[in-house]
Design a protein around this ligand. Structure first.
Ligand code: GDP
Length: 302
C-alpha cells in the first residue's frame, strides 16, 4: 500500500510536516503541546471550545512567513508504536522531550529507538530549564553517549533548551523543527484520490463511527468512498481540527470523517476507491486477512 505512485511524481507539491511529541512520563509532553496549541489563535476558535480530533494545525513564523505544521495529539508512544507495528509511518519529525532535572529515562530511550527504527528525524526539547536542579549539559552528555550528538557539539541532532511551562524558547524549538522539515523536502500530490492513515477512531452516540484520518497523499473530499481496514463507507461529513465542517482535506491535514459503517483501528491505512462495491469487497478481504492473522497468532501462542 504505497503512498506514492509513479504518476504522482510530476504533480508533487510541498506539504506541511506532521509532528509527534514523545518522551518519558512527566517530562512535559502535555504541557508543551498545550502551550503550542494555546499560542495559536484562529478566528474559528474564538467562538467557543472545540472538540479535539487528535491533531492540531499550527502556523509557525519562519523568516517572516507563516508555515503550517500538524501536531499529532497521540498520548506518548503507544500510538506511535501501534502504528509502526502496523507498518504506518505518519510522522515526519519526532520531538523528544527530556526534562533537564531528570535526564534520559527508559521511555526516553524507547522514544529514541522508535524514531530511529521508523527513520524519523529527531529534535530534542530539553525541558524544564527554569527548574532548580536543571542540568541541560548533563542531558546533552547522556544523549551523546546514547548516540545522539548535539548540533552545538558538532553532531547532527538539534537540541533546544525550553521551558514548556513558561513558553520560553518554544518559538525557537518550532523554528528548528520547521528547518528540519524543510531539509526533508516533504511533498505530496494533492490532485489525486486520497490515501493515508487512521490515527484515532471511536463510536459517537449520534454521529456513529467517527475516525480521524491523516491525509498523506491526495485530497479527501466529501462524497468520496473510502475503505480503511475492515470499515468502509461514503464520506458524509468532514471536520477539521477546529471543529469546522470542510468539503475537502489536502495532504498532511487531519480530518474527522463521518460515514464509515464500522470503527477502524488506529494505524489502519485508508484509501479512496471508485464505488461502494469495490470498498465492500476490499473491506471484506481485509476482514478475512485479519481473521487468518488472528488464528495464526493464536496457533503461534500455543
Ligand atoms: P507528560 O507526562 O510528559 O505529558 O508531562 P506533563 O506535561 O504532564 O508535565 C508533568 C509536570 O511537569 C507537570 O506538573 C507540569 O506542570 C510540569 N512541567 C512541564 N513542563 C515544565 C517546565 O518547563 N518547567 C517546570 N517547572 N515544570 C514543568
Amino acid at each position: 500500500n504505497e503512498i506514492f505512485d509513479e504518476d504522482d511524481l510530476d504533480k508533487l507539491e510541498d506539504r506541511p510536516p506532521v509532528i509527534t511529541i514523545m518522551g518519558h512520563v512527566d517530562h512535559g509532553k502535555t504541557t508543551l503541546l498545550d502551550y503550542i496549541r494555546k499560542s495559536k489563535v484562529t478566528a474559528s476558535e474564538a467562538g467557543g471550545i472545540t472538540q479535539g480530533i487528535g491533531a492540531y494545525k499550527v502556523l509557525v513564523p519562519v523568516d517572516g512567513k507563516l508555515l503550517p505544521c500538524v501536531f499529532l495529539d497521540t498520548p506518548g508512544h503507544e500510538a506511535f508504536g501501534a502504528m509502526r507495528a502496523r507498518g504506518a509511518r505518519v510522522t515526519d519529525i519526532a520531538i523528544i522531550v527530556v526534562a533537564a532535572d531528570d535526564g534520559v529515562r527508559p521511555q526516553t530511550a524507547e522514544a529514541i529507538a522508535h524514531a530511529k527504527a521508523a527513520g524519523v528525524p529527531i529534535v530534542i526539547a530539553i525541558n524544564k530549564v527554569d527548574k532548580e536542579g536543571a542540568n541541560p549539559d548533563r542531558v546533552m552528555e547522556e544523549l551523546s553517549s546514547s548516540g545522539l550528538m548535539p548540533v552545538d557539539w558538532g553532531g547532527d541532532v538539534p537540541m533546544v533548551k525550553i521551558s514548556a511551562l513558561k513558553g520560553e524558547n518554544v518559538g525557537d524549538l518550532l523554528e528548528t523543527v520547521m528547518l528540519v522539515a524543510e531539509l526533508q523536502e516533504l511533498r505530496a500530490n494533492p490532485h489525486r484520490n486520497a490515501k493515508g492513515t487512521v490515527i484515532e477512531a471511536g463510536l459517537h452516540k449520534s454521529k456513529g463511527s467517527v475516525a480521524t484520518f491523516i491525509v498523506q497523499n491526495g485530497t479527501l473530499k466529501r462524497g468520496d468512498v473510502v475503505v480503511c481496514g475492515e470499515a468502509y463507507g461514503k464520506v458524509r461529513a468532514l471536520f477539521d481540527d477546529t471543529g469546522s465542517r470542510v468539503d475537502e482535506a489536502g495532504p498532511s491535514s487531519a480530518v474527522q470523517v463521518i460515514g464509515l459503517n464500522n470503527v477502524p483501528i488506529a494505524g489502519d491505512p485508508f484509501e479512496v476507491v471508485d464505488t461502494l462495491d469495490i470498498a465492500r469487497e476490499k473491506a471484506e478481504a481485509r476482514a478475512v486477512e485479519l481473521r487468518v492473522e488472528r488464528i495464526s497468532a493464536k496457533a503461534g501462542d500455543g
